[in-house]
Design a protein around this ligand. Sequence first.
Ligand SMILES: Nc1ncnc2c1ncn2[C@@H]1O[C@H](COP(=O)(O)OP(=O)(O)OP(=O)(O)O)[C@@H](O)[C@H]1O
Length: 437
Amino acid sequence: MGCGNSKVPLEASKKGYVGVVQSLVAFSKAHDDSDEPKKCSEKGRGPWFSTGVKSREPASSSQQPILRDGRQQDKAVKYKDKFDPRVTARYDIKALIGRGSFSRVVRVEHRATRQPFAIKMMEVEAPGGREVCASELAVLQRVSHANVIQLMEVFQFPQRVYMVLELATGGELLDRVVSRGHFTERDATQALRMALAGVGYLHNLGITHRDLKPENLLYYHPGADSRLLVTDFGLATFGGTGPELPDRNTSDEGDRTSVGRSWSLRTTCGTPEYLAPEVLLRRPYSCAVDMWALGVIAYIVLSGSMPFEDDSRTRLYRSILRGKYSFHGDQCNLGTSEPSLPPSERQPWPSVSNLAKDFIQRLLASDSAARLTADQATRHSWVVTMAAGSSTRNLHRSISQNLRQRASRSSSRCPSSNASSCHASSTEPGKADVCGK
Ligand SMILES: Nc1ncnc2c1ncn2[C@@H]1O[C@H](COP(=O)(O)OP(=O)(O)OP(=O)(O)O)[C@@H](O)[C@H]1O
């Protein structure tokens, strides 16, 4: 279940990782006209080799039911032809999972071990594909954490890159919220703690994700004890973490590599509803943008509605810059034509604790320097007390109702007049003049 518009892509021709796949292609052409994938047994030596299958325990086949097999399998047959035979010699393609802007993701089985994996096939030659692929690979080849999707092996050819990934079969974060019959603040903190663990790990490595949203948080398996995995590193970058740079304005037009929180990033990218104010203001920004996005995610998980939403991009950005959200409900939901629940029951916020609201407010702080870091967020009283306590207040009905209504009105979103009248200013006002330019 998705929340948000299509993403704002990486600005073209930035320095940094663009060159990685180019050099990979050049390397491949210069050294091997037969288009043979480069092999290596070790991670981290460079992007132009297969890393060899890693040994993280895959989900068992009994933990696979979420993938819808019928039509996907037919499509998989179609996509099999597009796969390089050197990949299909090793992996049996079972079903199509989904498509991204530059990618197709299929469920596969390792022919020798019968272990299930996902393969993300990326079109390197599509416009913009090179940058996205290079960013994703550069990050995936360096990470290993229980809450971050694990790269197992890579096959790289001039036109396509095949990333063999851990297979996540538990579905997206919000799908699970809806599919459960019961959802409490405690459940929310459990999910957020896992997301924070993954994001904190990335930040400690100097990586900023830049496209955190519920769709990019996948459960490893359908069981209640599943890990939650941060996925989709197409917009991720090295930088934005580490000691603050002495001169915040020295950055060139591209992102910089650096090793907490340095305001070293400049590229405007991400998904509109999740963009932090500093990104919209085109100021140098840091990994704090991920913490803002986690604030948006926390708001959605607890209410089923978006803190910032508008059909008009300009108005959406203006509300973000004004910090214009409220804990009083979502006018868009109130305005729907089939209100199967009375407004009081569509409003989870009166039932949500003040601590939870405080958590969100500290993440949705317009001043990025005041925003919680991943480590601070993990130690926030709401996360600590809810994880230890047993909150029984069931928010499920109103959250899932709101989420379903959002999904069903995706083609006819609520009138903007409603949206602009429904939010009260709650954080730093006064920045609206900057937006819409
Ligand atoms: N390792 C994985 N296991 C299971 N499903 C996955 C895995 N990786 C990606 N997916 C799913 O495959 C689909 C396509 O993912 P992909 O990352 O290629 O694109 P996207 O993020 O949906 O789109 P875009 O590239 O435009 O951001 C999504 O539904 C995603 O949840």
